[in-house]
Write a protein that binds this ligand. Structure first.
Ligand code: ADP
Length: 572
């Protein structure tokens, strides 16, 4: 087991690495506060909702913090505001709790959502705070701008071991990010390591996030939890935090991917979480005979469950997609909704994308795509030829993503007129097979076995089509980004792929992409061939689809409205 209890000196020493001088004086003060926090958690009767929802005033004598605004805003000259649309009333406050968030740390779509949805919610008159772990891997350019917001000690384990909880704050674009600081739990290079380390880490994180809200006296209307890493939040709220100020909040838990659930044996989770025995029953955390499931507990105790598309909301109630929780989800289906994800259209804006050789809008997409294609072909060592049909694939390389199908058809795909570009990392078997195909089809296949945001932008812009043949796909963002960039998606009809990509109808000339239903390589190849046929024989219709895709609303606006409605349903 990892965490070894730190002495107070160690804690103070570590703090010195990131916090300036005056903080040392606060160590004692924080120890006093800690006692107060513990007492209030243990004894306080249910407090009325505090009047103040704004962040608690700083009690320290630290020198005033410099404004932390991201670069582009720094030199903005005040321009008379155009009439801002009136914000919908009433205002609601929301705390997002999750394990990753772009640009601090991102391994997949969850990171995108944690970044983009809060921003969209601000436009829906929501006051949003995002609570994240302060991983050591967060780039220094963000770490150095964080402001110390306070610290306290918190009981965690069943035997009362207590741990340091620091709060570091960063405000950006109207969203407040509070990072939970603890070097024992968050010092690894990656957010996720292995379950033996991750289980204690996210027990700590869930409890510390709630304790931090109490500590900051920022009591939101809604606590919005994301995936299993925040699964224990609703459980804690209804057990150990019952009667503390934060317990007045309602909880929503969003399933971004049901495959990962945080399952481990009961004694380990009971020890690390310090949760009472009664939550380890089959209706809540208990799974099978000896395991506890952190996500399952969260689904039980949350006031509302959402997932990231309507189709996935239905699919996960079936054994094939339910990952062992289908019966549990059917039981809770009354509080389960599907709200499809969007993308941040400022971040994904091909007309202002500096990473591209030739930024473009829908007015010049057809011409500029060729320029982007040639630039990328040159950069990647592919045959430079704008007439080739270029297919991209940007993905975590796991069996979820339909890569077995892709691997089995590459020889038929490469026909002299087609190029294939992969970007991704993950399972060794997929990394190796894509490397193999790059060697076997030099000049036509390029495998970028890496995680690279810049290259992703270039591939979205340079490709004619993007492949997303997933076995299951809760929502999927790559097909949305592709459409935004005028790249036609070829997808399997599952989850969010089904909800966001309308199949091309050759009779009415409608639709956004090419789709297939059953998980079969022949059907994938058929969908690709239908795409190629349109591309090579009826380019005019292909080009119309490119423009139609760029015009499609894939923004967060609609979905943010639906989340807001949900918040109001829970807290009228
Ligand atoms: P998931 O969350 O299952 O990984 P999504 O489609 O929801 O899949 O989100 C994937 C996100 O990660 C997209 O923003 C995509 O561009 C990005 N992405 C995936 N792999 C890479 C990579 N190797 N390099 C850069 N970005 C990547």
């Amino acid at each position: 087991m990892p965490a070894k209890k730190k002495t107070e000196n160690e804690v103070a020493e570590k703090k010195e690495l990131v916090i300036e001088e005056p903080v040392k004086a606060e160590v004692k003060e924080s120890a006093e506060k800690e006692t107060a926090v513990k007492k209030s958690a243990a004894k306080k009767p249910a407090a009325k909702k505090p009047a103040a929802k704004k962040p608690a005033a700083k009690k320290t004598t630290k020198k005033p913090a410099e404004p932390i605004v991201e670069e582009p805003a720094a030199e903005a000259v005040p321009v008379p505001e155009p009439e801002a649309p009136a914000l919908p009333e009433p205002r609601r406050s929301v705390a997002f709790i999750g394990s990753e968030c772009y640009p601090f740390v991102k391994t997949g779509g969850l990171g995108d959502v944690m970044y983009a949805l809060p921003k969209a919610l601000i436009k829906q008159n929501c006051d949003v705070k995002v609570i994240l772990p302060r991983y050591k891997c967060i780039p220094w350019k963000y770490q150095e701008k964080m402001i110390y917001r306070g610290d306290f000690m918190m009981d965690l384990c069943a035997d009362g071991r207590s741990f340091y909880v620091g709060i570091m704050e960063y405000v950006w674009d109207g969203v407040v990010y509070d990072f939970i600081d603890n070097e024992e739990f968050f010092s690894a290079g990656n957010p996720y390591i292995n379950l033996i380390d991750d289980i204690p880490k996210y027990c700590f994180f869930a409890k510390a996030a709630l304790a931090a809200l109490n500590y900051m006296n920022w009591i939101p209307d809604i606590i919005h939890c994301h995936d299993w890493q925040a699964g224990l939040v609703p459980v804690y709220l209804h057990t150990l935090f019952e009667g503390t100020p934060v317990s007045s909040a309602k909880t929503i838990i969003t399933i971004h991917n049901l495959r990962f659930q945080g399952i481990y044996n009961i004694p380990t989770i009971r020890y690390w979480s310090g949760l009472p025995d009664y939550v380890f029953n089959k209706d809540a955390l208990k799974q099978g005979y000896e395991d506890a499931n952190m996500f399952k507990g969260g689904l039980t105790y949350a006031n509302m469950i959402t997932t990231v598309s309507g189709t996935y909301a239905g699919e996960i109630q079936t054994p094939f997609y339910g990952e062992g929780l289908d019966a549990h989800l059917r039981y809770h289906s009354g509080k389960l909704r599907g709200i499809v994800n969007g993308i941040d259209t400022d971040m994904w804006d091909s007309s202002k994308d500096e990473k591209l050789a030739a930024p473009y809008s829908k007015a010049d997409v057809i011409e500029k795509k060729k320029a982007n294609k040639k630039a990328l072909q040159e950069e990647l060592g592919l045959e430079v030829d704008e007439s080739k049909f270029v297919i991209g694939l940007i993905s975590r390389l796991t069996d979820q993503k339909g890569l077995d199908l892709v691997n089995s058809i590459i020889p038929q795909l490469i026909d002299g007129n087609t190029q294939f570009i992969v970007l991704g990392t993950g399972d060794g078997r997929y990394e190796d097979s894509f490397r193999y195909y790059e060697g076997a089809y030099k000049g036509s296949v390029c495998s970028n076995i890496m995680y690279d945001e810049g290259r992703a932008h270039k591939i979205y812009a340079a490709s004619d089509a993007l492949l997303v043949p997933s076995l299951f796909e809760p929502c999927g963002l790559t097909q949305l980004i592709a459409m935004r960039y005028g790249t036609v998606p070829i997808v399997r009809e599952t989850g969010g792929l089904k909800d966001t990509v309308a199949p091309y109808n050759m009779f009415t000339n409608e639709g956004n992409g090419f789709t297939f239903d059953r998980y079969e390589n022949g059907l994938l190849l058929d969908a690709i061939n239908r795409a190629k046929t349109l591309y090579f024989t009826e380019r005019e219709y292909w080009d119309q689809m490119v423009i139609r895709d760029m015009e499609k609303d894939v923004s967060w606006e609609n979905s943010a409205k639906q989340y807001r409605d949900l918040y109001l349903e829970l807290k009228p």
